[in-house]
Unconditional design. Structure first.
Length: 93
C-alpha cells in the first residue's frame, strides 16, 4: 500500500486584517449570495482591468459629449412662482 501525499489546492491564504474591509466583503457576499472569496476575486479582477487599460482618447471625448447632452436635458428653465397660479382666481393651476 502506497501513501499518496496530498497536494493542497490552495497554498496561500489571504487574511483580511482590516475590520472595515472584512465587514464590506461579508456584507457584499450576503447581498449577492456569493462567497467572500468570489467577492474579493471579482473586485480584484475589476481593479486590475480598470488599472491596466487606459481609455482611448476618442472614447473619453464621446463620453463627455454624452454627459453634456444629458446635463442640458436635466437643466430646466427657472419658472417664476406666479406662473404656477391662476391670475384670475389666485389658485394653483
Amino acid at each position: 500500500m502506497y501513501l499518496l501525499h496530498r497536494v493542497p489546492l490552495v497554498r496561500d491564504q489571504v487574511h483580511i486584517r482590516n475590520a472595515e474591509a472584512a465587514q464590506l466583503a461579508r456584507a457584499l457576499a450576503r447581498q449577492t449570495g456569493k462567497t467572500i472569496t468570489e467577492v474579493v476575486l471579482d473586485a480584484l479582477r475589476q481593479y486590475r482591468g480598470a488599472q491596466g487599460q487606459p481609455s482611448p482618447p476618442g472614447r473619453i471625448k464621446q463620453w463627455r459629449l454624452l454627459l453634456r447632452g444629458d446635463q442640458a436635458r436635466l437643466i430646466r428653465p427657472e419658472v417664476p412662482v406666479e406662473a404656477l397660479y391662476n391670475q384670475d382666481t389666485g389658485l394653483p393651476e
